[in-house]
Design a binder for this molecule. Structure first.
Ligand code: PLP
Length: 244
């Protein structure tokens, strides 16, 4: 790829806006999260300088190693840190650090994990935004609560005072073409709509779905947030990590 990072970011933003308009939605309704696993701090800083204001990370250890340099580089530009989203598999023993380092946790899929994050956010005096991760294909190898267990998780989340449960996140199984993912995205939108009618579900406004290969279809089907790595930062090196 010969384009610069800023050019690729601008091209993705244009595609996001065009997909939103096709669906009769305003482009501002869709948050672009740049997923930076395997991307060095210097490149992330370059993207933030070009206007990226939400950055996602999958691995806490990697994020933590990059944060000081990212902070220092942005300070040199006079820029604040972007909003940091944790999008990887959550582990209970990392909850304390995640509650301290991240603003949004998109991968809450078990009551125990939510309760631990709540405890750690309270200790840190922070309020975190969280999404409940649903596993729409009930794939055993993937994170996420099965759709039928979502009601229970939502009910339990009512006691989390330092976590604002803002919506759902999902990583549907990859399909051969973006169009082939449309039905899965539409089902997630309907699932979110049904939950909003449940007691305590009224605040579930966000729907984080769609990645580099299929974000336009996801937006057409109601995504309010897309998580994009490759299309912004370029291909990952082998071992750079795939969605959990
Ligand atoms: C890696 C990753 C992405 C971005 O994937 P791309 O295909 O590179 O856009 C999005 N969401 C999650 C959870 C990921 O792990």
């Amino acid at each position: 790829m010969s384009e610069t990072l800023a050019e690729r970011l601008a091209a993705v933003r244009e595609r996001v806006a065009a997909a939103a308009r096709r669906a009769g939605r305003s482009p501002e309704e869709v948050t672009l999260v740049g997923v930076a696993k395997g991307v060095p701090a210097e490149r992330i800083a370059e993207a933030v300088e070009a206007g990226l204001d939400h950055v996602g990370e999958n691995y806490h250890q990697e994020a933590r190693a990059k944060l000081p340099e990212l902070r220092a580089r942005l300070e040199a530009f006079g820029l604040p840190l972007p909003r940091l989203h944790f999008v990887g598999r959550l582990q209970r023993n990392k909850a304390r650090e995640i509650a301290r380092d991240f603003d949004v946790v998109e991968s809450v899929d078990r009551v125990e994990l939510g309760a631990e994050l709540e405890r750690r956010a309270a200790e840190a005096g922070r309020e975190l935004r969280v999404l409940l991760q649903v596993n729409p294909d009930s794939e055993a190898s993937k994170g996420g609560v099965p759709p039928e267990a979502l009601h229970q998780l939502l009910a339990e989340s009512a006691s989390w005072k330092h976590l604002c449960v803002a919506g759902l996140m999902a990583i549907p199984a990859p399909r051969a073409t973006p169009e082939a993912s449309r039905a899965a995205f539409a089902r997630l939108r309907e699932l979110a709509r049904a939950l909003r009618r449940q007691p305590g579900g009224g605040s579930l406004r966000e729907l984080s779905m769609g990645m580099s290969a299929d974000f336009e279809v996801a937006i057409e089907e109601g995504a309010t947030s897309v998580r994009i790595g490759t299309a912004i930062f370029g291909p990952r090196r082998r071992g750079g990590g795939d969605p959990a």
